[in-house]
Design a protein around this ligand. Structure first.
Ligand SMILES: [Zn+2]
Ligand SMILES: [Zn+2]
Length: 137
C-alpha cells in the first residue's frame, strides 16, 4: 500500500492519481459540481466572478478550467499565464503559445549553429583539443 500526504490538507492517505485524500477529492468534486451547475444556470462569467459567486478560491476555478473539464459546459475566460490576456483553454493565449514555440525553435537553431561551429573548430588541426586528445591515444 502506497501512503503519502494529501497535496491539499497534508493528511496521510492511500496515494491515488488525484494526489488528494478521499475527503479532499469529495470536496473538490462538490466544488466542481457547483461550478458546473452555476455555469448551466447563469451567463458565462469570468473566473473571478465564479470564485466570488461560489466562494471557491479563484485558483481552484482556474485549475478546473485548465483541466479542461468545464469546456463542454461553457467556455469562460481566465488569464494567460504569460501575458494575462483572457483565454478559454490551455495555459497560454495563442500569441504567447506561438511566440514561445518560435523562441524554443530559435534557441534550438542557435544551439545547433553554435555546436556546429564548435564542432568545426575542434575538427580543425590547429585546435589545441585535437593534439591533446591525440597524445592520449
Ligand atoms: Zn486532503
Ligand atoms: Zn498570453
Amino acid at each position: 500500500m502506497n501512503v503519502g500526504n494529501c497535496s491539499r490538507c497534508r493528511k496521510l492517505y492511500q496515494v491515488n492519481s488525484r494526489k488528494l485524500c478521499p475527503e479532499c477529492v469529495k470536496e473538490e468534486e462538490a466544488q466542481f459540481d457547483a461550478v458546473r451547475q452555476f455555469l448551466r444556470e447563469h451567463d458565462p462569467v469570468d473566473a473571478q466572478g465564479l470564485s466570488e459567486a461560489l466562494s471557491i478560491p479563484v485558483e481552484r476555478v482556474i485549475q478546473f478550467l485548465k483541466e479542461g473539464r468545464l469546456i463542454e459546459t461553457v467556455s469562460i475566460e481566465y488569464p494567460c499565464e504569460s501575458c494575462g490576456t483572457l483565454i478559454r483553454t490551455g495555459r497560454l493565449c495563442e500569441p504567447c503559445r506561438q511566440s514561445r514555440e518560435t523562441a524554443t525553435r530559435e534557441i534550438a537553431n542557435q544551439l545547433r549553429r553554435e555546436l556546429g561551429a564548435e564542432g568545426n573548430r575542434h575538427n580543425a588541426a590547429s585546435a589545441p583539443g585535437y593534439y591533446s586528445s591525440r597524445k592520449r591515444m
